[in-house]
Design a protein around this ligand. Structure first.
Ligand code: ZN
Length: 587
């Protein structure tokens, strides 16, 4: 057997899932950030044997057996060192090269810098007088210091003490800059990125700290600030708590997705381990893939208000696209998982999770409650809201079930719905659907980009326009993706979550403003235009549907079409003329 290079051994040790590996030999139970079991070496019955994943170690407080993941195999199974390394490598999915070292990871200084910072921030939270504000804040959320310490929470002071501390540890400023822990001011001076914040360390899947999420304490913006993207921290490709949750996710065969760091804390402190959260933004395809890697089923546990529901269904579609099974758990109004956990404890949380329903079913429930299924136009609009979810379902059986269920709920024939779900999906020359994937605004020049723009400009004016617009316009009606994103973010008060393109659109629109135009007139024109487009689309769909219906149904569809047409003319008599002449009103 050839010699295994040191750095490869280190790589295997880092990649090894020590809890998962030892957990196959003894039954581990979490205690804080560690895991406990009866000792397999001295054969005890009390849980004196600890696995400490942060340190990659195990230790028995009675017989003092201890070591790393390799030592465990050597002691437990009598392997020699290279065999143990190869066995762990095999389980971690790492190929050991037969010869030649691979050289150190050039990102190593970044990992060390972030780890040193995490230790320092954690000590501030424990010891610094200034951190009293953070300790008090934790107390208001019913979290004591001892509980959160093992999770690595920290405090970033307002002063520049962090700079001196890192200097004292010999961490260079350039490394801290690259790690996103320092920011360069315009005058060239350096300042700590996090100041006056409670910090949540964010780990990669190998349990290395790679960045932080910081909650402001007291007044200030933004409420949450994350590390910027760095060579080791990619906001859209990490999930908070995945390094811990992945074991439980495999075991429970499910993941619970929540919105915030405190939600994760509350659930995992309640003993519900399989919980993860995106890092303050909507769920990305990469994050959905990460979840899929560890569990086949996801329960979404977001707030039940309008922004929460929007985020729920957006995340749901993303997860369905990965072929996952998706359920939605519904919290009582005004509660989040953290507050509910505080009030009702683990039993209250379990009950909510137990009552989770399939994501499409949840959509149908909500549409039903809003009375969508009472009228034919309502049913049509309901279908438009169900279609994205149906189309997102990558798993063919799920998709089939969804089509049946949606057809039943909306009272349409299954084959018609099938055709609609399928054809739009294939993009086979049909007109773009308002609910289909974002299309370039250039591909359909007849679209009223200016009416869409007008409603976004009004949203940006603040109240009362924001509420007035949000009341009558759904974000999904905006077909130009950056406008839709800006609209949603303003409606949700989540402007910081915008991606680069949309953030640029936001800035441009903000700079443009109303330009002296009368907001009342803009509102009237733009909202009417959107309503007219909605009605026109409805007529087109009725046309699509007609040839496939029984004569009876055809008659009622024609009557419906006449009604929609009348409404359209009433609502906006110059609609057709205006569209032909100058594109759109509201400019
Ligand atoms: Zn022991």
């Amino acid at each position: 057997m050839s010699l295994i290079p040191d750095d490869v051994i280190e790589q295997v040790r880092e990649a090894a899932d020590i809890v998962g590996i030892i957990g196959e030999h003894v039954e581990l139970k979490r205690t804080g950030s560690d895991f406990r079991a009866p000792c397999p070496f001295h054969g005890g019955t009390h849980r004196n044997f600890a696995v400490i994943p942060r340190k990659g170690m195990f230790y028995c407080f009675v017989c003092h057996a201890g070591g790393d993941v390799f030592t465990f195999f050597m002691k437990k199974l009598g392997m020699d060192y290279p065999t143990a390394v190869r066995e762990v490598a095999r389980q971690a999915g790492i190929t050991i090269p037969e010869r030649g070292p691979t050289g150190p990871d050039p990102r190593e200084p970044l990992y060390s810098a972030v780890a040193a910072a995490a230790d320092w921030f954690a000590r501030q939270l424990r010891e610094s007088p200034e951190a009293q504000v953070a300790r008090d804040y934790l107390a208001t959320r019913q979290l004591d210091l001892e509980t959160v310490q093992p999770l690595g929470l920290g405090y970033a002071p307002r002063s520049k003490a962090f700079l001196d501390a890192m200097k004292g540890l010999g961490v260079r400023d350039e490394v801290l800059l690259e790690a996103g822990l320092l920011a360069k001011r315009e005058d060239g001076t350096l300042a700590p990125r996090f100041r006056g914040r409670l910090l949540f360390p964010i780990h990669d899947v190998r349990a290395r700290v790679v960045g932080f999420g910081g909650r402001i304490l007291g007044e200030g913006e933004p409420k949450y600030l994350n590390s910027p993207d760095t060579p080791i921290f990619h906001k859209g490709k990490l999930l908070y708590n995945l390094h811990v949750a992945k074991h439980a996710m495999r075991k429970a065969e499910r993941a619970i997705l929540v919105e915030g760091y405190f939600d994760v804390l509350r659930l995992s402190l309640a003993g519900i381990e399989e919980v993860v959260a995106p890092l303050g933004t909507g769920l990305t395809p990469e994050q959905a893939q990460l979840v899929k890697h560890h569990a086949p089923h996801v329960i979404l546990l977001y707030d039940s208000d309008e922004p929460g529901l929007r985020a729920t269904f957006r995340a749901g579609d993303e997860l369905l696209r990965e072929g996952l099974r998706v359920s939605v758990a519904t919290l009582p109004a005004g509660e989040d998982p953290d507050t509910l956990g505080q009030k009702k404890g683990v039993a209250g949380l379990e009950e909510i999770l137990k009552d989770a329903v399939d994501v499409l079913e949840r959509k149908i429930q909500i549409l039903d409650r809003k009375g969508f299924f009472g009228t034919l136009p309502g049913r049509r609009r309901a279908l438009d809201r169900l279609l994205p979810t149906i189309r997102a379902a990558k798993d063919p059986i799920t998709r089939e079930l969804y089509i049946s269920r949606a057809a039943e709920a909306a009272g349409v024939r299954k084959d018609v719905l099938e055709r609609e779900a399928g054809m739009r999906d294939a993009g086979s020359g049909m007109r773009p659907s308002p609910t289909a994937h974002p299309a370039s605004p250039i591909s359909h020049p007849a679209l009223p980009a200016s009416a869409e723009k007008a409603v976004v400009l009004l949203m940006l004016e603040g109240e009362p326009w924001k509420s007035r617009v949000a009341e009558v316009v759904d974000a999904e009606e905006l077909e130009f993706p950056p406008y839709r994103a800006v609209f949603e973010s303003v409606a949700d008060d989540a402007v910081l979550a915008l991606d680069d393109t949309s953030a640029r659109a936001y800035e441009l629109l903000k700079a443009e403003g109303l330009g002296g135009r009368d907001p009342n007139e803009m509102y009237e024109l733009a909202v009417n235009w959107l309503e007219a487009r909605r009605l026109e689309r409805q007529m087109e769909r009725l046309d699509d549907q007609l040839p496939f219906e029984t004569p009876d149904r055809q008659a009622s569809l024609l009557a419906e079409k006449r009604r929609v047409f009348d409404e359209l003319r009433k609502r906006y008599p110059r609609y057709k003329i205006a569209k032909r002449r100058r594109g759109a009103p509201g400019t």
